[in-house]
Write a protein that binds this ligand. Structure first.
Ligand SMILES: Cc1cc2nc3c(=O)[nH]c(=O)nc-3n(C[C@H](O)[C@H](O)[C@H](O)COP(=O)(O)OP(=O)(O)OC[C@H]3O[C@@H](n4cnc5c(N)ncnc54)[C@H](O)[C@@H]3O)c2cc1C
Length: 426
């Protein structure tokens, strides 16, 4: 469809009403609070029937929005050379800046012992509500059930094609922001098809991997453990390229392992799972040494003469785990004590994109400038997970959504703001 005069004209079309798209229009609105600089016509196109569905489900519905350790944490990207660029974007709009942003939206953050920040009401939906109310208040249109299927470059902008209510529509947009997310959790509208919108302008996409996801393992030694949780175990992943360790909850399942520690470690091994051999090792009792466990077993053998060896780990670990350990050790106490500290499982895969929280990979950051403007097409910008940047579990991905959104908002504000007033952060 070519441009015609009667077409709807938009200054800024944001494709994707998820975390970064909504944060972007909020940040943008903060630059334009006077009548002299009204917000240029801004429309968010969201394929779902509501904006922010994924955001409202984050952090188990409690919304783990950032983390006090953002600036110390490792972020991942296929390109080692972009580390500094990621760090600069996170530094410019860091966790403190984000806390102030939420305060301006009337949302107070509270932090847990791992530095994870949540809205004080512990409802992720409050984050979405704050963002959509403010956006609407400032004149941003949130156009839902609007699925953008095509983008074409025209003089001074783009012709955007979208379907809504069974009909195809077109409009003209001076600027387009791709806030379309990645390929993880397709039930939230992110099925990976929207990378194609970037590819229309010569952008590429690195290989994609599911991250923050449950892991499949060999199940020979855990068949009886389905549903059992190890509270506060140490989980180590050994890969050909390195060893990673986290501490937290591990839950046995019929396919392998899940739980907080598993999600966290998956961020470090997502790529290696697909290409190499990864072994997990569980330390069931970090507080006790192998020798201490060996001694407990010997003492119990003497104290409970009629008890079968398979039962001797009662009171030490969950009974089912105790039986599984003793079975694997074939009743040998030295082996059993060793297994309690190093229960290995071969990783055979992950539950994949449908169950993953985050996509590893995306449009290379090097294809954008320091303000996340496309290096290939004027007027095209990108925020959030569509880019080849992902973070660990704990609020780091929503922080990236925020920092990247604020970066693009600053670039757009510079373009539109006439009085040079800057962002209104009062
Ligand atoms: C269950 C779950 C829990 C999570 N919990 C946390 C957490 O606690 N803390 C944390 O930091 N991160 C968490 N994450 C990750 C975090 O939610 C994402 O990294 C973040 O939402 C990415 O923001 P985004 O704007 O890039 O994409 P998204 O939030 O995924 O938004 C993209 C939006 O674009 C829309 N869209 C896509 N293509 C089109 C198109 N062509 N036309 C119109 N609309 C389109 C989609 O429908 C979607 O609404 C979680 C993820 C999941 C799935």
């Amino acid at each position: 469809m070519l441009y015609n005069e009667s077409m709807e004209k938009i200054s800024i079309a944001v494709i994707g009403g998820g975390a970064s798209g909504l944060m972007l229009v909020n940040a943008l609105a903060e630059y334009n609070l006077t009548a002299a600089t009204p917000l240029p016509k801004t429309v968010v196109f969201e394929r779902g029937d509501r904006v922010g569905k994924k955001l409202s489900s984050t952090g188990n519905g409690q919304g783990n929005i950032t983390n006090s350790a953002v600036l110390d944490a490792e972020y991942f990207s296929s390109e080692r050379t972009t580390e500094q660029k990621i760090a600069a974007i996170l530094r410019a709009y860091d966790e403190e800046d984000m806390r102030a942003f939420w305060l301006r939206r009337g949302v107070l953050l509270i932090y847990d012992e791992r530095g994870r920040a949540y809205p004080a009401g512990r409802q992720a939906s409050a984050l979405t509500d704050a963002l959509r109310f403010y956006a609407t208040e400032k004149g941003v249109e949130l156009r839902t059930s609007a699925y953008v299927t095509d983008l074409k470059r025209m003089d001074g902008g783009f012709v955007l094609t979208y379907s809504k209510d069974g009909e195809t529509h077109t409009c003209f947009a001076e600027n387009v922001v791709l806030s379309v997310g990645g390929k993880a959790a397709k039930n939230f509208g992110t099925d990976g098809t929207s990378y194609a919108l970037a590819q229309k302008f010569g952008h590429t996409c690195t290989p994609l991997y599911p991250s923050l996801v449950q892991l499949k393992t060999d199940t020979a030694h855990i068949k009886t453990l389905k549903g059992i949780r190890v509270n506060d175990g140490i989980l180590t992943a050994k890969t050909p390229s390195g060893t990673y360790t986290v501490r937290g909850d591990i839950i046995f399942t019929d396919y392998g392992v899940s739980g907080d520690a598993v999600f966290r470690i998956s961020a470090f091994i997502a790529q290696t799972i697909a290409t190499g051999k990864v072994t997990l090792s569980i330390d069931f009792l970090p507080e006790y040494t192998q020798d201490e466990l060996r001694n407990v077993l010997s003492a119990k053998r003497n104290a409970y003469t009629s008890l079968d060896n398979s039962e001797l780990l009662f009171g030490v670990v969950n009974n089912q785990i105790g039986r599984a350990v003793m079975k694997r050790a074939a009743g040998d106490f030295d082996s059993a004590a060793a297994l309690m500290k190093d229960f290995t499982l071969l990783v055979t895969g992950s539950l994949g994109f449908d169950y993953a929280q985050v996509t590893k990979g995306g449009v290379p950051l090097s294809e954008t400038d320091e303000m996340l403007r496309s290096r290939f097409t004027d007027g095209l910008y990108m925020t959030g997970e569509v880019l080849d940047v992902d973070g660990q579990c704990g609020g780091f991905n929503l922080q990236w959504a925020y920092s990247s959104a604020c970066t693009v908002a600053a670039a757009l504000a510079e373009k539109y703001q006439k009085n040079g007033k800057g962002r209104d952060t009062v």
